[in-house]
Design a protein around this ligand. Structure first.
Ligand SMILES: C=Cc1c(C(=O)O)[nH]c(=O)[nH]c1=O
Length: 312
């Protein structure tokens, strides 16, 4: 199968990319994705202006039997300069995306001004969907704040930009966020981030699994697949066709990848299952996907992308 896919100035030869936050904290982890068979791209951990240690532990739990995770990492990262150094100083095998975040609008703008002034020429992913530490809703759940930030960003940022979105659960919200995003020259959207503020309990001890926020954390893995598919589908139906879609959420096997393609995904990112299985996951997913293509006689991605069928 020819997986060649273009987003802005980047050409991808495989569908898969790590989800920001997974296998991308350090040079070593980033290189493991660069060298992983069937990986199509790499993205950095969402970077703040300065290094952060993140929340207290335990802050992550994976159920490898059920392919589910919960996390409240608290934005640990080595700071924007570390990741800039990585993308500018090393010969990168794959298209490498730069994830940016800010605990306030000023930090977002300052981070993007630094990228704008740098020699980085790849795709930037503005994460609008991390749990906001100041107790307000996540940025992308505040539609006025989202519009304000994108107005301020596109007043100066001229390099290709995508945004990472949280899951939406209301048709009116799909309509509202798409109407905002369609007003900007976005290269892509990445949907979805973890499903916010879930709760997992240890049956042995009647205790929450993670310490931060009294156990509330972002959900990932199999449990969020239906929500992820719906968000990819709803955004594909509403966004201008030039805004591409990186699908994230619930990918644990080739069928899930196929379903995201049916919903309109251009690329597919893997988070929880990558963390559970390691970088060999991409080759397994691609093999399983090709078995499905063979069964269905599919020889071109255009026969699948966006081809979800409805019931007449
Ligand atoms: C950037 C912080 C994020 C984090 C985190 O560092 O806690 N966890 C997520 O599931 N998604 C995020 O976007």
């Amino acid at each position: 199968m020819d997986y060649t896919t273009k987003i802005a100035n980047q050409v991808f030869h495989h569908l898969f990319i790590n989800a920001a936050g997974v296998y991308c904290q350090t040079f070593e982890e980033l290189e493991q994705i660069q060298n992983a068979p069937c990986a199509g791209a790499v993205i950095t951990k969402s970077a703040t202006a300065k290094e952060r240690s993140g929340n207290s532990e335990p802050r992550y739990f994976e159920n490898s039997v059920e392919h589910n995770t919960i996390n409240s990492m608290g934005l640990p990262n080595l700071g924007i300069d570390y990741y800039l150094n990585y993308v500018l100083k090393h010969s990168l095998k794959l298209p490498t995306l730069f994830s940016i975040v800010g605990l306030c609008q000023k930090e977002i703008i300052d981070n993007l001004k630094k990228l704008q002034a740098s020699d980085f020429s790849g795709l930037t992913e503005l994460n609008l969907s991390y749990p906001n530490v100041s107790g307000k809703p996540q940025i992308a759940y505040d539609f006025a704040a989202t519009r304000e930030i994108l107005d301020n960003v596109f007043a100066f940022y001229s390099k290709p930009l995508g945004v990472k979105l949280p899951p939406y659960f209301d048709i009116a919200h799909f309509d509202q966020i798409a109407a905002i995003l369609n007003d900007y020259p976005l290269a892509y959207v990445n949907a979805i981030n973890s499903v916010g503020n879930g709760l997992v309990i240890d049956p042995e001890t009647d205790t929450v699994m993670i310490k931060p926020k009294d156990g509330f954390g972002g959900l990932g893995g199999k449990q969020i697949k239906a929500t992820a598919l719906a968000n990819v589908r709803a955004l594909r139906q509403r966004l201008h066709p030039q805004i591409k879609i990186i699908a994230t959420g619930g990918v644990t096997n080739g069928r899930n990848v196929y379903d995201h393609l049916l919903c309109g995904a251009d690329l597919v990112s893997v988070g929880s299952q990558l963390g559970i299985e390691g970088p060999t996951v991409f080759a397994r997913l691609e093999k399983e996907l090709e078995e499905i293509f063979a069964d269905k006689g599919i020889t071109d991605l255009r026969q699948v992308r966006g081809k979800l069928k409805l019931i007449a």
